[in-house]
Design a binder for this molecule. Sequence first.
Ligand SMILES: [Zn+2]
Ligand SMILES: [Zn+2]
Length: 296
Amino acid sequence: MPCFPENASSACDGNVRRVRRNAIPATQILDRFVSVRQHAAVQFAILGSGSGGNATLASANGLNILIDAGLSARQLTTRIQMMAVDCIDAILLTHEHGDHVRGLKTFLKSRDIPIYATSATAHVLRENGIQAKWKTFEAGQGFAIDDLRVESFSILHDAVDPVGYVIRSQTKNLGIISDAGHVTQSVIEQLKGMHGLFLEANYDEDLLASDTKRPWSIKQRISSRHGHLSNKQAAELLQSIGHQHLRHVVLGHLSGDCNDSQLATATMKNALKVKGLGDVEVCCACQDEPRGWWQL
Ligand SMILES: [Zn+2]
Ligand SMILES: [Zn+2]
């Protein structure tokens, strides 16, 4: 499936298309990024998302934060450059699965970047040989990165201590939830009042049920309370937290076999329309190429 269908809306494909079509001199990249920084309190981009690897960029108050590092170090470096980012100030990890940390060890070899993770997640990764400037916290705790506020919240997934995040600037809030088998009331409370949201929409229930590649046990794992969010679950979450200032929803971790970007987008748009929120932009992240920026 192409990453940029010809009928994609301009809000979803603008900057990346410009970067891909025209080689931008480094000085212009810096100028463009500085001007974006000045005009947006929080912006985010998805470097890649899916079972092949996940990584998100958030930029606010002059800080660039990488959330997860599940692409190869080479791809991380390339895609960060494609998004015109010159340095990463901090890395947040959601959990220790390979599709979220695959490139971390090599990426850190030439960089001294603090990594924020729960104590349990950091422990597992340390035991797997990842030496870093660890900044640990307990799920549910918040912390500051300069003048940005980051809140963590527990999610249900088959990892040691998985979390989602809310990144708050003075005026805008970005929520990040992926790899969650079930939406709890506490997740709903955490994600109220977001201006932007990166939301897992892993599978369509009918497509998963009719899939012939996966054994029953894998299907059970995916759809369990400690698996992944379906389109239906993601849409229900959106209906619970949608509000008039929600601007961008980017769907991620879509299964290549058991979901479809147009189906997932339509499911979310319909759910939002029911609440009178038909103007919210809904897009899908892509495995093979970065997408963004979305400005809040
Ligand atoms: Zn996972
Ligand atoms: Zn994952």
